[in-house]
Design a protein around this ligand. Structure first.
Ligand code: ADP
Length: 445
């Protein structure tokens, strides 16, 4: 097992990784920008190295600085966390070339799944259903017209390099196609430096269902059930729950087994997530994330398994700790992502925390790097806390979530806590009766 692990990230996820390492007896190295000298992950880590100024491209995205920090501190492994370098195949390659272990899949698998066109083709060939649409890239508007004619409107134009909902645009009809097509390409070029796009039929009322997966280097793969992440705003997840209130036991079993089978055939190492849209009893693969996800916590709560620990173990070459039949999903878990943003306008609200009282009690988990007196810097993602609640049933989970949201106090900055309190009072949410458009309709977007 590794002796010292460098965490190439910040915020709650850096803390999450530190906690797994602590319990495994692995020493930790925090890296941080000058804006994060007082961050909780820096305080708790065994060692810390400042790797640059606040701008992420000069610190958390600065490969030479990160590798130098690892060499200087004698780390033997690097965990990229979520975001930043976590899906950068070149980084994974360089980490290994410099003699460190990368806590994640091979560069080849990151590259394969990072290109969504290749990803779709790969999993389709391995037996997964995908959303009907173009066979590959759509380089001209004339070809876009041809594809749209075949699939029928509305269509969705998506960036091959896409992520975070960027480079994605709907065309409701033939008149809108050219404008949407050009918009998606321009946004993709600006966000990813790559304007290749592909097309999919735009599904009207799907749920977003994803399967948590884990593979080792000994040819084994398992799944940890599914998560329902349909509650989204601008294609960004806001609340997630496991299991999905929209699936029955046989559908659940079927999609889990198929997805784990694909991961096994790929010879995939590490944690990963296959995302599907689910409509009228059918699953359609949309993408695979080759990293830990923010919402991995709810799968941990229903299985009782520490996924970061498992991720580190398989990166060290150990076989999976669990057989599929030993992974029992019990009860129900919901996660609320809490951002330092105005709950109405969603404008970021960085600043000093004056008063921090997280909820507690049975089945309540708060993953956050906040503390009283901490100043949230304006340079990074605005998510500041995850409230995760577990109950023996969905109803118990909802009641516990409601009282936890009532207890939660974060003073000094605006947060999205009021939004979560509003959603938890909505009958359709309580009934589990929602699709990917529900939240935006509720918000009047
Ligand atoms: P990204 O990598 O940018 O997050 P995804 O392919 O994962 O892009 O899609 C993000 C979200 O966009 C999905 O969760 C879903 O809400 C919506 N979406 C994606 N593809 C479709 C589709 N074919 N029809 C309807 N909605 C879609």
């Amino acid at each position: 097992m590794f002796e010292k692990l460098l965490i190439a990230n910040r915020g709650e996820i850096a803390l999450r990784i530190h906690r797994a390492c602590r319990e495994m007896g692995i020493r930790t190295v925090a890296v941080h920008s000058t804006a994060d000298s007082d961050a909780m992950h820096v305080r708790l880590a065994d060692e810390s190295v400042c790797i640059g100024p606040p701008a992420a491209r000069e610190s958390y995205l600065n490969i030479p600085s990160i590798l130098t920090a690892a060499a200087l501190t004698g780390a033997d492994a690097i965990h990229p966390g979520i975001g930043f370098m976590s899906e950068n195949a070149t980084f994974a390659e360089m980490v290994e070339e410099h003699g460190f272990s990368f806590i994640g899949p091979t560069a080849e698998h990151i590259r394969m799944m990072g290109d969504k066109i290749t990803a779709k083709k790969t999993v389709k060939d391995l037996g997964l259903p995908t959303v009907p649409g173009s066979a590959g890239g759509v380089p001209t508007i004339d070809e876009a017209r041809e594809v749209a004619k075949e699939t029928g409107y509305p269509v969705l134009i998506k960036a091959s390099a896409g992520g975070g909902g960027k480079g994605m645009k709907v065309a409701k009809n033939a008149e809108q196609l050219e404008e949407s097509y050009n918009f998606a390409r321009a946004e993709a070029r600006a966000a990813f430096g790559n304007d290749e796009v592909y097309m999919e039929k735009y599904l009207g009322k799907p749920r977003h269902i994803e399967v948590q997966l884990l593979g080792d280097t000994h040819g084994n793969a398992v799944h940890f059930g599914e998560r329902d992440c349909s509650l989204q705003r601008h294609h960004q997840k806001v609340i997630e729950e496991a299991p999905s209130p929209g699936l029955n036991a046989s559908e659940r079993e079927k999609i889990g087994a198929i997805a784990a089978g694909v991961v096994q055939k790929m010879g995939y190492r590490g944690v990963g997530t296959m995302e599907f849209l689910y409509e009228d009893g059918e699953f359609y693969f949309i993408e695979m994330n080759t990293r830990l996800q923010i919402e991995h916590t709810i799968s941990e709560m229903i299985t009782g398994i520490d996924l970061v620990r498992e991720q580190i173990r398989v990166a060290a070459g150990l076989p999976l700790s669990h057989k599929q039949e030993d992974i029992i999903c019990g009860g129900h878990a919901i996660e609320c992502r809490i951002n330092a943003e105005d709950a109405e306008t969603f404008m970021p609200s960085p600043g000093k925390i004056k008063g921090f009282h997280p909820p507690g009690g049975l089945g309540v988990r708060v993953d956050s790097a906040l503390y009283e007196g901490y100043t949230i810097p304006p340079y990074y993602d605005s998510m500041i806390a995850k409230l995760i609640v577990h109950g023996t049933s969905r109803n118990e989970c909802l009641l516990r979530l409601r009282r936890s949201l009532e207890e939660f106090v974060i003073g000094g900055v605006k947060t999205t806590l009021p939004l979560h309190r509003r959603i938890i009072s909505e009958q359709e949410f309580l009934n589990g009766n929602y699709d990917i458009h529900w939240l935006e309709n509720f918000l009047g977007l």
